[in-house]
Design a protein around this ligand. Structure first.
Ligand code: ATP
Length: 310
């Protein structure tokens, strides 16, 4: 049974369809990445799952039960890490954790011992007594994450938890999240970082303008572009119009075209050497061809016509 399932979830703000009939599920021990640019609808989706916003349409199931049939019970199962830091700067790390533990319904002694455990696994024990306002950005992010975990949620919602921190701090947080997954937690992870989606998530949903455009494992998404056969051609494409090249469209799909570069995916099952022969016979003087595995950026480009670069 999945810990989270959403079906045709929708939310409109005035004329903006922030979330448009989005469906997916997150299973125990899985990190599901919701990948999309700013304004794609990620935060709105999380807010509807956590009960902060009521959907216009659609359903949220937590632990198999409709969220709104028993919001209190659903909230006991989930932990939510908001994008904006939700910590008290004047309190110490330990006090913040204990406070959120009490809010989640733990007794004060449970909250105390759980805070000690979390400080240890977040490698913050030596700073436990310092006011959070003296922490680095990465340490604040770690405490923010810890605050959602006091009650050992089975489902964790993370809204861009690594935004604005340095690479080392980011690695630290990603490692911590991987360990949570290994212990069976179902994790919904929103991000606009391609690399995080590629390296962290078991399955990825690509969202843009409120719509889920595709989902699958990284290799399933790559398959959409012809598996491992994406070719990058370098030539003068200023006056070239591939649309008019004889038979080109039957054999290749254009992912991106600029004055100097044409990125194409091979259609069908021809082998790479045959594709290469076709490409070298094009009516332009090709200066360089490289064969590469499609990245998530190529998939995103193909789906939206835009780049999603870090
Ligand atoms: P970001 O990473 O920038 O937060 P996001 O993918 O989380 O982006 P959302 O915050 O969900 O995107 O926003 C989706 C769309 O809905 C945007 O166009 C945003 O401007 C709009 N929106 C979100 N909340 C509101 C609101 N309370 N009132 C009006 N419009 C809103």
């Amino acid at each position: 049974m999945s810990h989270l399932k959403i079906e045709h979830l929708s939310k409109t703000f005035g004329a903006i369809r922030a979330v448009d009939a989005v469906s997916f599920e997150v299973r125990p021990g899985e990190i599901y990445g919701l990948l999309g640019p700013n304004g794609a609808g990620k935060t709105t989706t999380i807010s509807m799952i956590s009960g902060l916003l009521k959907p216009d349409a659609g359903e949220v199931f937590v632990g198999g039960k409709p969220f709104w049939s028993n919001p209190q019970q659903a909230k006991r199962i989930m932990g939510v890490v908001p994008q904006e830091l939700a910590i008290y700067e004047e309190l110490s790390g330990r006090e913040n954790l204990e406070f959120w533990g009490r809010m989640a319904g733990l007794s004060s002694s449970e909250a105390r011992s759980r805070a000690v455990e979390l400080l240890e696994s977040l490698t913050l024990t030596d700073r436990a007594k310092d006011a959070v306002k003296t922490y680095s950005g990465g340490m604040k992010r770690r405490i923010n994450l810890g605050c959602a975990l006091l009650h050992r949620p089975k489902l964790l919602l993370l809204d861009e938890p690594t935004v604005g921190i340095d690479p080392q701090a980011r690695l630290n947080i990603l490692e911590f999240i991987r360990n949570l997954r290994a212990s069976g937690t179902a994790i919904l992870y929103t991000t606009h970082y391609l690399e995080e989606a590629e390296t962290l998530c078991q399955r990825i949903g690509i969202i843009d303008h409120g719509r889920l455009l595709a989902e699958g494992t990284l290799s399933e998404l790559q398959e959409r572009l012809g598996g491992d056969r994406v070719f990058v051609l370098e030539a003068d494409f200023k006056d070239a119009s591939p649309d008019n090249w004889n038979g080109f469209h039957q054999r290749f799909r254009i992912i991106q075209k600029s004055e100097r570069q044409l990125v194409v995916a091979a259609v069908g099952t021809r082998d790479s050497s045959e594709c290469l022969k076709d490409l070298l016979n094009l009516p332009v003087r090709v200066e360089n061809v490289t064969l590469k595995r499609p990245s998530l950026n190529d998939v995103f480009l193909q789906l939206t016509g835009r780049e999603l670069r870090e």
